[in-house]
Design a protein around this ligand. Structure first.
Ligand SMILES: [Zn+2]
Length: 140
């Protein structure tokens, strides 16, 4: 990921000024939505360490590797956020993540749960997660 490229999360900010700040550990996301965006960007730039460290300890896999993952993450659309604000301790973020795999376009529609422990947000799990082929050709 070039530091002068747009952030994969779709913020229209430069990566270095957006999720790159969280990936570098310079700042921590203050809302569940921001953590969600930074996790999407981490998948996009294949930063498995960030994906792991932002995963709640109760559901975090022992190991996580994106090295040979052929998925190309294209765009993120936040559909709805419930709670997850600066003063909350739980949050729900519904999103659509657009990706391509073996030349085919897909969209993952998920509603994710987040929890805040000691002032840090973590991803817990996905309540619904449906991946279907994106036949519309519409991204984001
Ligand atoms: Zn971003």
């Amino acid at each position: 990921m070039m530091l002068n490229a747009f952030c994969p999360c779709g913020s229209l900010l430069l990566y270095a000024d957006c999720c790159g700040v969280y990936h570098a550990g310079v700042a921590i996301p203050s809302t569940a939505g921001t953590l969600m965006r930074s996790r999407f960007s981490a998948f996009a730039v294949q930063n498995a360490a960030y994906v792991l460290q932002s995963w709640d300890e109760t559901t975090r896999p022992a190991a996580f590797d994106l090295t040979d993952d052929p998925t190309i993450w294209q765009a993120l659309e936040i559909v709805k956020t419930q709670k997850g604000a600066v003063n909350d301790t739980t949050g729900l973020v519904e999103f659509k993540a657009y990706y391509t795999l073996s030349g085919e376009a897909y969209v993952l529609h998920e509603r994710s749960r987040f929890i805040k422990r000691q002032e840090r947000w973590f991803y817990v799990d996905g309540l619904i997660a449906v991946a279907v082929k994106n036949l519309s050709g519409v991204v984001g």
